[in-house]
Design a protein around this ligand. Structure first.
Ligand SMILES: [Fe+2]
Length: 299
């Protein structure tokens, strides 16, 4: 099997297209719906106001991760995925984290939550979800960010893989990604991004600048995407969108053994910071600064 990772090396991401068996994706979706009633996800406003479950993690964590309870061999044993991870991270790569993420459409969300989160740059719905059901990450739009944000003390020694389990078109919160943005290194949110007159994205860090097309990641069920932890990406919620459930995997290289892998070569081309060093409260903890959202302004 030949996969060259020239796009990853140059642009910081890969679109692998249809990689996983569609029927298996559908079976996984059905098994999720079998154990989860999506009509009964949210806390009542009074319980939320009481802050009773505020300390419960908003995202899947060890011991409470629905993906780990389901049959997913067709994903983790997929030859193309393994080959891709091996190419980019080296033979001794390790899965760092894997979970289900769900883009939640407006009609499923109670009005009081929509009102409370209106125009937020990040809508992780976790805090509003019943604690036992926080075994999936539920979101409704997230502004452009780098995945390194969750690991401020690491450098770029991991990648994110994203698998669409259902067909994703413009109405099911496709991912938006800015090719080459990783080249300017790790940087804090909010990022300095503008759109120029030729519809290109202009991203600046200090005196460095990248001008790039916006990539909208649409795809069939079973599509695979992978990106560098400094790549800017996000999603824009739409009025009439439909739910989408995806699998998100983080995979890391073995720092001692996998020296010289494609990720290392990619990192050599980076100008700017190789890590953040400070936990970025702005995006992860607060998510409330309404003025800062950029992705929702894109047409
Ligand atoms: Fe992300």
């Amino acid at each position: 099997m030949k996969i060259n990772n020239i796009n990853f090396l140059n642009n910081g991401y890969e679109k692998l297209g249809n990689t996983f068996n569609k029927k298996e994706c559908w079976r996984l979706i059905k098994s999720i719906h079998k154990v989860r009633n999506f009509k009964n996800l949210f806390l009542s406003k009074n319980i939320w106001l009481s802050k009773k479950y505020k300390s419960v993690k908003q995202n899947p964590s060890p011991g409470r991760n629905l993906l780990n309870k389901l049959e997913t061999e067709f994903i983790f044993e997929n030859k193309k995925l393994k080959k891709l991870f091996t190419n980019i991270l080296g033979k001794s790569y390790r899965i760092l984290d894997a979970k289900l993420v769900m883009g939640v459409p407006e009609y499923m969300i109670p009005a009081w939550i929509l009102k409370y989160t209106k125009n937020n740059h990040t809508v992780n719905l976790g805090e509003f979800i019943k604690p036992k059901l926080r075994d999936i990450t539920y979101f409704r739009g997230i502004d452009f960010h780098q995945d390194i944000i969750d690991y401020p003390t690491r450098d770029a020694d991991f990648v994110t893989a994203y698998i669409y389990l259902e067909k994703v078109d413009s109405k099911s919160s496709p991912l938006y990604l800015i090719p080459k943005s990783h080249r300017l290194g790790a940087d804090y949110y909010p990022h300095n991004i503008k759109k120029n007159n030729s519809n290109k994205m202009v991203y600046k860090v200090g005196k460095q600048k990248i001008i790039s097309n916006l990539e909208i990641l649409k795809g069939q069920a079973g599509s695979l995407f992978i990106w560098h932890p400094f790549i800017l990406h996000g999603t824009q919620p739409h009025k009439k969108d439909t739910a989408r459930i995806s699998v998100r995997i983080l995979a890391e290289k073995n720092r001692r053994i996998n020296v010289g892998c494609i990720l290392d070569k990619t990192n050599k081309k980076i100008v700017g910071k190789n890590k953040l060093n400070i936990y970025n409260k702005e995006l992860n903890k607060e998510g409330k600064n309404k003025k800062r959202n950029f992705i929702n302004k894109l047409k």
